[in-house]
Design a protein around this ligand. Structure first.
Ligand code: HEM
Length: 254
C-alpha cells in the first residue's frame, strides 16, 4: 500500500468512532439550540409520544461516531426548548445527526435558533504557567453528582488582543486563570476554539450546580483587564438543565 493510501486509511479510521471524551484534542463540539413550534403542541398526545421516540432512534443510529448530550432550555433561554451538544471527530458527522433529526416527526416542528462549532486544542497559556497548570490539574469538581446546569457563552476577542505581544497576553490570561481557579471546585469548564468556524473565537462551556457562584465568577472576570478585549460575550448566553436524551424527548412529548 502506498503511503498516501495508508494516510487515507488512518484518516478514515480517525473519523470513525465517537470521541470518548472532549478532553481529547481535535474534538469538534457543535452546539445546536432548538425551538419547538406551537404546531407540535397541537398534535394529539399519542402522536406526540410516538413521534418523540424518533429523535432517539436517529441519535442512536449515529452513536458510534457522534456523542450527544441534551439540555432543557425552555424557560431559561428565550426562543428555545432544548440544546444539543454534539462531539465528533468531524463536524460533518454532527451535521448529519442534526439533518436527520430535522427529518423526524418532531423535527418538522423544530427551528434551529443558534448553532456554534469549535474544536478542542492543547492549552496555549496555562502550559506556560506551571504553578497554575498544576492547580488546574489538581482541583476536582467537588459536587459529586453530575452538575444540573449547563451554560454556553460564545466569546470573541478584538484585533487589539490578537496583536498584543504574547508575553502581555500571557500575563493577562494569568489574571483570568487565577480568578478561575478559585471556582474550579464548583464549576466544570471546557474551551472550544471557534475562530473561522463561528462568529466567535471561543465557545466556552460550563457545568455547575451553583449558578450564583458562577454568576459571581463571571462578574469577577468582567472586572479584569483581559475583559476589555472581549468584543462578544454571550449573545446568546445559553442556559439549560441537564437531561438524558430519553428524559429530554419524553418531556418534549408532553
Ligand atoms: C472555572 C473557572 C475558570 C477557569 C479555571 C478558567 C481557566 C482558563 C484557562 C486556564 C484558560 C487558558 C487556556 C489556555 O491555556 O489555552 C482560559 C481561557 C479562556 N477562558 Fe477561562 N476559566 C474559567 C472561567 C471562564 C469563564 C466564566 C469564561 C467566560 C465567561 C471564560 C472564558 C475563557 C476564554 C474566552 C478563554 C480563551 C482566552 C484566550 O485564549 O484568549 N473562562 N480559561
Amino acid at each position: 500500500m502506498s503511503s498516501e493510501a495508508t494516510e487515507e486509511t488512518e484518516a478514515t479510521e480517525a473519523t470513525k468512532s465517537a470521541p470518548s471524551s472532549p478532553d481529547e484534542m481535535g474534538v469538534f463540539g457543535t452546539f445546536a439550540l432548538f425551538e419547538l413550534g406551537a404546531s407540535w403542541a397541537e398534535l394529539n398526545g399519542a402522536s406526540r409520544r410516538v413521534g418523540a421516540r424518533e429523535p432517539l432512534e436517529v441519535i442512536a443510529a449515529h452513536t458510534e461516531r457522534v456523542a450527544v448530550d441534551g439540555y432543557l432550555t425552555v424557560g431559561l433561554t428565550e426562543r428555545s426548548h432544548f440544546l444539543l451538544r454534539l462531539h465528533a471527530r468531524q463536524p460533518e458527522q454532527s451535521q448529519a445527526v442534526i439533518a436527520d433529526l430535522l427529518r423526524t416527526r418532531p423535527g418538522r416542528h423544530l427551528t434551529v435558533r443558534h448553532t456554534l462549532t469549535g474544536v478542542t486544542r492543547p492549552l496555549v497559556y496555562a502550559s506556560q504557567a506551571p504553578d497554575q497548570l498544576q492547580a488546574l490539574q489538581a482541583t476536582e469538581y467537588a459536587g459529586g453528582l453530575p452538575p444540573r446546569y449547563a451554560v454556553v457563552i460564545p466569546t470573541r476577542k478584538s484585533a487589539a488582543w490578537w496583536n498584543l505581544p504574547e508575553a502581555k497576553r500571557l500575563a493577562l490570561m494569568r489574571e483570568h486563570t487565577a480568578v478561575g481557579i478559585e471556582y474550579l471546585a464548583k464549576v466544570k469548564r471546557r474551551l472550544y476554539h471557534a475562530t473561522g468556524l463561528a462568529d466567535a473565537d471561543f465557545v466556552t462551556w460550563f457545568e455547575t450546580d451553583d449558578l450564583a457562584a458562577f454568576s459571581a465568577l463571571v462578574a469577577r472576570l468582567r472586572a479584569l483587564r483581559e475583559d476589555t478585549y472581549n468584543e462578544r460575550l454571550g449573545a446568546p448566553t445559553i442556559l439549560g438543565t441537564a437531561r438524558t436524551l430519553d428524559e429530554l424527548f419524553t418531556e418534549l412529548a408532553h
